[in-house]
Design a protein. Structure first.
Length: 373
């Protein structure tokens, strides 16, 4: 692109042709002044021409982060589960826009990323702070894709690390003690807790289980959907990630649980007639409606306290399932597939405490084998 230098008063400036406006066809120019010497202006002109020729120069934009963030959300919300979309909206409204909203997108620097991360860590647990920070990274990646900025200033800030939250698990004896206690008091909760513990499925996946995905001959279940709570109520929808879609093998015990629940639901369907809402669900309310996931938390807590086992969350039944399988020596790849993890690495990272104990056994076995010779 052609350019020239000229002196204005005591300062030097440069002007460069940067093409034509596609909407008007008129020639566009870029002028920048304030240089003390002709040499400084020439160096700046050369740098600018280099950016133009290499395609790294981006035309200034006045769009603010608060507006651009909303544009980004509109562009991706159709790909999100409703619960995820609601969480994103909340974080944009309550955290991202108040802190960064008045900045122009092209003004955002690494210093802002550092300040924002410190602000989040002062206010939230690392896991929550990391989720909010990750959204801003996606927003700025979008700005890079649209060539509004050259690089993402939030990309390499290391202050926030998504630490794995700690969880508790039960031993075989503790799990058996808990289930035996629940069985004496409530058949429905016993079925739900047992199925979750025996399959490692998530709460929403268990409550979203349908008769149509059960293969009784092969004794498998296709995990295809999940129940979630949104502002619109309880909904049966898609799984959170593609890797969550999987086939889980069942044993005779879990197959019998399913058959029993189907029979109970059929009885209620005949009893209620048109008042029964048939959603094909197995673990549902007596009238067939999807069970509210948060409605399980309080009963489970009560059963735990009354049975005398260590306190855990419902999701820890999944962790218990995985931990006990690994302790039994099941191949981590099999466990990863069963849980719907995206990789074996995710499984091994999550249950590193088990792999360490297994290493101890391996070391002892190796030593014994060598000493036999």
């Amino acid at each position: 692109m052609k350019g020239y230098i000229r002196k204005r008063g005591n300062k030097w400036s440069y002007t460069v042709d940067i093409g034509r406006d596609p909407s008007t066809g008129k020639r566009k120019q870029k002028t920048k002044g304030g240089f003390s010497t002709k040499k400084e202006a020439q160096a700046a002109l050369s740098q600018f021409q280099h950016e133009l020729n290499t395609g790294t120069w981006i035309e200034p934009s006045s769009i603010l982060m608060k507006d651009f963030s909303l544009d980004w959300f509109e562009s991706i919300k159709h790909n999100l589960r409703e619960t995820t979309a609601e969480q994103y909206q909340s974080k944009l409204k309550n955290n991202i826009v108040p802190f960064l909203g008045e900045l122009k997108v092209q003004e955002v620097r690494v210093t802002h990323a550092h300040s924002f991360s410190v602000h989040l860590l002062d206010k939230y647990l690392p896991s929550t702070a990391s989720k909010i920070y990750a959204i801003v990274k996606m927003i700025m990646d979008y700005a890079v894709d649209l060539e509004i900025v050259n690089k993402n200033p939030f990309k390499n800030v290391k202050l926030i690390k998504d630490k794995k939250s700690k969880f508790e698990t039960w031993s075989f004896d503790e799990l058996q003690k808990f289930l035996n206690f629940v069985r004496k008091h409530d058949e429905w909760y016993y079925s739900v807790f047992s199925f979750a513990a025996y399959t490692g499925m998530r709460k929403g996946e268990v409550l979203g289980l349908k008769k149509s995905v059960i293969d009784f001959d092969k004794q498998t279940v296709r995990v295809t959907n999940s129940v979630s709570e949104t502002k619109k109520g309880v909904q049966v929808g898609d799984l959170k990630t593609p890797s969550s879609r999987r086939v889980v093998s069942l044993d005779e015990f879990t197959i019998n649980i399913i058959k029993h629940m189907i029979n109970k639901n059929n009885v209620m369907k005949m009893k209620l007639g048109p008042e029964y809402e048939d959603n094909d669900l197995i673990f549902c309310y007596p009238d067939g409606k999807a069970f509210r996931p948060s409605g399980i938390n309080r009963p489970m807590k009560a059963f735990i306290e009354r049975s005398g086992v260590p306190k855990i969350r419902f999701h820890d039944l999944r962790h218990t399932h995985a931990t006990l399988l690994l302790e039994l020596g099941v191949n981590p790849k099999v466990v990863a597939d069963r849980l719907g993890h995206s990789s074996v690495k995710e499984t091994l990272d999550t249950y590193s405490h088990v792999s360490l104990s297994m290493q101890g056994n391996v070391a002892e076995l190796f030593s014994k084998k060598v000493n036999e010779k």
